[in-house]
Design a protein around this ligand. Structure first.
Ligand SMILES: NC(=O)c1ccc[n+]([C@@H]2O[C@H](COP(=O)([O-])OP(=O)(O)OC[C@H]3O[C@@H](n4cnc5c(N)ncnc54)[C@H](O)[C@@H]3O)[C@@H](O)[C@H]2O)c1
Length: 309
């Protein structure tokens, strides 16, 4: 098949492109490199079945020839990025998503939208099931991202209902692994780079807020299964093993032999207190569940960050 990955030079997009090439597909990665990096493509850029297109999806989708599938991942994704790029985030979620869906209708392609657990906001239901509608502040600093993704979901469902487009919606929970940027503001790269420098790890609040972390290869497997499935409703993809940020800091310090300890700083506004996916739908419909143990995934991630130092 001929598959387009928007945001293909990003963290998740590059792992997905690599997996699709390994599965024998022809892959086009489109990216404007606003938060992505060509270096993420290095291990497969020479593959004759791979093409890279540098373009801003808000303005154009300059890919010739028919597409069978589109994985739509283009969007600033970490809190540091989307607070710095509010309009780019809102417009790629709206105009960019519309462009992808129109193209899918034209080509008869199936689309998988990379949505997010942020559609649940600061959730009042725990763990989060797909039928929960969320608790999102529509005007807070994170709203540019949360509402862009909620709009992208609404637009995708409208294209499915009224334009006959085949749409799959992945609600992705925190994912980690090699190719994350050290300075993207997400907690694992932040902790690992502080630890490798021998510094104390910065914990926001008391560190009692919880997160669940999915290793990137598990997530990519979920993407592929979701795309191939008949599931017409959103599907959570994430690791349900929940841990506190304080525990995470202890893991990182232990695996890196960092004696720097931790320091505590005030919690940012709108920071969700708890996050854990209910993955029964993914498990029952896709036969999917995360397979990589946290310590193994963290060790691989630390090794990768060491090579970047
Ligand atoms: N990593 C996670 O834990 C996570 C969690 C939830 C959702 N997601 C979603 O998954 C997707 C990928 O996230 P990621 O972690 O790989 O982030 P990333 O920043 O590494 O990748 C996003 C890519 O999209 C590209 N991009 C942004 N705007 C674009 C535009 N207008 N035109 C073309 N390319 C554009 C960026 O340059 C980047 O390469 C995003 O949609 C994100 O919202 C990720």
């Amino acid at each position: 098949m001929r598959v387009l990955v928007t945001g293909g030079a990003g963290f998740l997009g590059s792992h997905l492109a690599e997996r699709l090439l390994a599965d024998g597909h022809e892959v086009v990665a489109l990216d404007n490199l606003i938060t992505g990096d060509r270096a993420n493509l290095a291990s497969f850029a020479a593959n004759p079945r791979f093409t890279f297109v540098e373009a801003n999806l808000i303005e154009e989708l300059p890919v010739d020839g028919p597409l069978d599938q589109i994985y739509h991942l283009a969007s600033p994704a970490s809190p540091i990025d989307y607070v710095e790029l509010p309009f780019e985030t809102l417009y790629v979620g709206s105009d960019g998503t519309r462009r992808v869906l129109e193209r899918a209708v034209d080509d008869g392609a199936r689309v998988m939208l990379a949505s997010t657990s942020e559609v649940y906001g600061d959730p009042l239901v725990h763990p989060q099931v797909e039928d929960y509608w969320g608790n999102v502040n529509p005007i807070g600093p994170r709203s540019v991202y949360d509402e862009a993704k909620r709009f992208a979901e609404a637009l995708s469902m409208a294209f499915a209902r009224y334009r006959g487009c085949e749409v799959r919606i992945a609600r992705i929970f925190n994912t980690y692994g090699p190719r994350m940027r050290t300075n993207d503001g997400r907690v694992i790269p932040a902790f690992v780079s502080q630890a490798l420098a021998g510094h104390p790890l910065t914990v926001f609040g008391a560190g009692s807020q919880t997160r669940s972390f999915c290793f990137v290869s598990d997530l990519v497997e979920g993407f592929v299964r979701l795309m191939e499935s008949d599931l017409e409703h959103p599907c959570n993809l994430g690791n349900p093993v929940e841990q506190t940020i304080r525990t995470l800091a202890e893991h990182v310090n232990r695996l890196t032999n960092n004696a720097g300890g931790v320091v505590y700083r005030p919690l940012p506004e709108d920071d969700p207190t708890r996050r854990r996916p209910d993955i029964r739908r993914a498990n029952e419909v896709l036969g999917w569940k995360p397979m990589v143990a946290f310590e193994d995934g963290l060790a691989q991630t630390i090794e990768w960050f060491r090579t970047q130092a």
